[in-house]
Design a binder for this molecule. Sequence first.
Ligand code: FRU
Length: 528
Amino acid sequence: MTETTLPVASIGRTAGYSRPAIHFAAKDTWLNDPNGLVHHNGIYHVYYQNNPYGNVWGNMSWGHATSSDLAIWVEHPVAIACDATEDIYSGSIVIDQLNTSGLGNPECPPWVAVYTSAFKEGTPHQGTQAQSLAFSLDEGMTWTKFAGNPVLTRGTPHFRDPKVFWHEGTAGSYWVMAVVEAQEQRVLLYRSANLREWEFLSDFGPAHATGGEWECPDLFPLPLDEDPDQVKWIMTVNVNPGAVAGGSGGQYFVGDFDGVSFRQDERRRSAPLQVGSRPVQLRDYDWLDWGRDYYAAVSFSNAPDGRRIMLGWMNNWDYANQTPTSPWRSSMSLAREVALRTIGGRPVLVQKPILPPSDRMQTVYVSTAPLTLDNEPTQLAELPWEGAFVIHAEFRVDRAARVGLVLGVQAPGDAADAQTLISYDVAAGELEVDRRDSGNTEFHDLFPSVESCRLILEDGVLALDIVVDGCSLEVFAQHGQASITDLIFPPAGTPVLTVFAEGGAATLLGLTVRTSFPQQMDATLATR
Ligand code: FRU
């Protein structure tokens, strides 16, 4: 094992929980769900649930940010603002190339946002949620609400979060909308020729996790094992509360969509497990992430090269309004490229985090020889405090009962040190993230937690890709077969990385640490 290839900057943090370097957070306001994910001319546009006037949920409007690489973000003025009649809840954007809506013209195809109007008291639609349109004729920078809103109402109070995409299939070509009746745990599918008039097609649900409201659905095709002749459809739907790690989380279903209905494949169920006091069957379902802080994830419908890229909100409604950052609160996850692979005889959604381009990453630590770990924790490196760092580690479990690594922070003076444990329990076949001693966990009694998921190793090798940025941790195991996303709020101090094996020897086959310091760049909005 040799030391660093480049000097490691170890910077004691003095104030505030760090802003993320490669995740999007608004400068000084609140955000939740990603909305209107669209790609155009090499630029990714992310709109998002935003409170332009504060850093707790409220005054819901669509904020707007752009990026060419999904790592460095520019924040723009609010795109669609709440007003006296409505809050602007979640939804999606399509670029209406053929001007089917008539809201633009063939030379200037309109961008059309389909969002949920949450109507306020004292207005004609009070007490209901319905789907509305806004359009932009300047590539997403400014927006006008459609005069004929709402375009789709059921007169019900929890009808929201439309995801619209263009579908070309055997039944014809048209717009499809997936939208939820949140309290009925149902995804409703509609179709339209012009985005203004919608015809009901079918519904899906309740199914699997139904312990809370269903929110922010998505529906998209993916080839199984990269075979274009075996296309499956993925229905994703978020549930709050009642997700696998508690509170908010996203589940997915694999099946087929014929242009009218989504049908879930028959699933082979493993025997139910008893895990703590949690409802056992939750762990038997398919989850986008097994941590506490990955919610409202939706995909870009038009990412380049046929890629399917998802983005989630890194928080949990259990404590989202109390997370201890200021003046901003909450950030997005890293964008994740998803694919469908057969694993253990069934299709599994695998996820690869999209990292900054390599010229924006610097390798600060690389191990060169396998290292035997035998009950003595081995401290490898001090880590930079500022910026994001990305760890790739491979362990062979050999005779160990547990292997893993510790993200520690040595606090100065009498202040308590902190540590977050990422480990694999060999007998249980489970990956675990333990944030109970990760630093400030007291701001909410539901925050201290241990997350876990089942993970099958190949040849006894555990491969982990870990992204730590500001106050978040995203762990991808076995090249994206499972992920655990958790917020952490460590104290000021020196971050150190330690690896360990317990109950027998294991081998660290290799480990690298890379950092990325890109600032969020915005001429008008200073970010740090
Ligand atoms: C999900 C959600 C959506 C809703 C939005 C309101 O986090 O509750 O269902 O549209 O947030 O901000």
